[in-house]
Design a protein around this ligand. Structure first.
Ligand SMILES: Cc1cc2nc3c(=O)[nH]c(=O)nc-3n(C[C@H](O)[C@H](O)[C@H](O)COP(=O)(O)OP(=O)(O)OC[C@H]3O[C@@H](n4cnc5c(N)ncnc54)[C@H](O)[C@@H]3O)c2cc1C
Length: 402
């Protein structure tokens, strides 16, 4: 049973036509071997080929069917928790740096789409963080002040200026602070372009053994074929047992519901991604075919990943929550897809990107936390610099040893 994905993923169900790649049937060599064919591996292959670095990507199953198939794919510059909370685990300076890197990643994503074309239902949006609790008004206002004072283009929203039909007490609207896309199509778009630029891509190719040598690495497929490379990149998402047993974060299960296409929705909803300030939080986006995805309600992994009763309870909570957010169409809401899956959160909400402390030819790009896609964009750029012996001090916030 797949411990990453449960239920009926939306993106892999609606996309029925996509490239299929061969499996590796002989020994091979490359400069950089990327292990993992999700959105992270695809982004790394994009940036490596852009930088003319010879690379090969191998996926043990099918491209984009790991956590990439269930990600809500809502991209935003800010993190899951607010600055006041994050300050317990990292400095405010680091948080603001990550917000700024998030803004940059959103702009870099737009550049990828401008250069390649939009084959993944990409859309730039605003982003909106809100609370409907009086007791949290002050917290949201403080978050607003921190961000405003450090130069973010944001607007404070209160009950009197609320443009939405759901209740809010306080909110922060960030202009062009987000984006949405279809992560499965995006992964395929990136890989198809990377392949044209020379990347070799194989699916149904499991790596089950790695031998680190002084100046090279040998990776072996389950059928015994050897791939010799100079560097190896771990882009295996939440399963990194092939490389390390270090626990990089806390395993959770997160839940999503996807409605059937809705006709009479508030058009503003298509222009924004929404997150509430609850704990556990909920987040909402629309799709290109006018469905609403609502996610959240995270639970500890051990008790819930194979617990169907728990999942049904969570889907009911999400459905009721969605009705409360969209009261004018609550009677028209039909749920077409329910899904959940493994998710890893980190205390400072940041992923892990960089070079292994022990094996000098091993690099990681782990998009942990709810901003996994943003971190993988930054990770792809950073690794292509590191592999050319260039550093980027801003990326120190993602270091593996924190
Ligand atoms: C429900 C949910 C909602 C989320 N929502 C958001 C969101 O809105 N925004 C956001 O930015 N992030 C979100 N995330 C996080 C985001 O989904 C992840 O960061 C991202 O999908 C991870 O992609 P990946 O390529 O790293 O991992 P995966 O998609 O899991 O890809 C890793 C691949 O590696 C392969 N692999 C593993 N081991 C081997 C091996 N030994 N040999 C070969 N291949 C191997 C696997 O088969 C898999 O396909 C969400 C996550 C979940 C679960």
């Amino acid at each position: 049973m797949n411990s990453l994905v449960q239920g009926k993923p939306y993106f892999t169900n609606i996309n029925t036509e996509f490239n299929q790649y061969k499996y590796l049937s002989k020994d091979a060599s490359t400069e950089v071997l990327i292990i993992g064919g999700g959105v992270t591996g695809a982004l790394i292959s994009h940036y490596l080929t852009e930088n003319k670095i010879n690379c090969m990507l191998v996926e043990k199953s099918r491209i984009g069917h790991g956590s990439t198939s269930i990600t809500t794919a809502l991209l935003k510059y800010d993190l899951d928790d607010n600055l006041a909370y994050l300050n317990q685990y990292t400095s405010l300076e680091n948080c603001i740096k990550s917000y700024k890197l998030g803004v940059k990643a959103l702009s870099d994503l737009k550049d990828i789409i401008s250069a390649q074309g939009n084959y993944c239902d990409y859309k730039a949006t605003d982003s909106f963080l809100f609370t409907n609790k009086t007791i949290e008004e002050k917290e949201i206002f403080q978050e607003y002040q921190h961000r405003k004072n450090t130069g973010f283009d944001i607007q404070f929203i209160d009950t009197s200026s609320n443009p939405f039909e759901f209740d809010i007490k306080a909110g922060i609207l960030s202009k062009e602070g987000g984006a949405v896309l279809d992560p499965f199509k995006f992964t395929h778009q990136l890989l198809s372009n990377a392949e044209k630029k020379g990347a070799k891509i194989y699916e149904n190719t499991l790596i089950n053994k790695i031998i680190y040598k002084e100046n090279s690495v040998e990776a072996f497929t389950e059928f015994g074929h050897k791939i010799t490379c100079k560097y190896i990149v771990c882009a295996t998402g939440y399963d990194i047992s092939l490389f390390t047993h270090k626990p990089y974060g806390t395993k959770l299960v997160t839940y999503n519901i996807v409605t059937s296409p809705i006709d009479n929705f508030d058009p503003q909803l298509k222009e924004v991604i929404v997150r509430d300030n609850c704990s556990p939080y909920n987040y909402l986006r629309m799709t290109s075919d006018n469905r609403v995805i609502l996610g959240g309600e995270d639970e500890p992994y051990e008790q819930s990943i194979f617990n169907k009763a728990m999942a049904e309870k969570k889907y009911s909570i999400l459905t009721e929550r969605l009705k409360s957010l969209l009261p004018s169409i609550k009677d028209d809401i039909q749920i077409d897809f329910k899904l959940c899956g493994e998710f890893i959160s980190t205390r400072d909400n940041l992923g892990f990107i960089g070079r292994d402390g022990f094996h000098k030819n091993l690099y990681y790009c782990l998009g942990y936390g709810a901003n996994g896609l943003i971190f993988s964009i930054l990770g792809g750029q950073y690794l292509s610099k590191l592999l050319k012996n260039q550093d980027d001090p801003d990326m120190e916030i993602f270091n593996l040893n924190r």
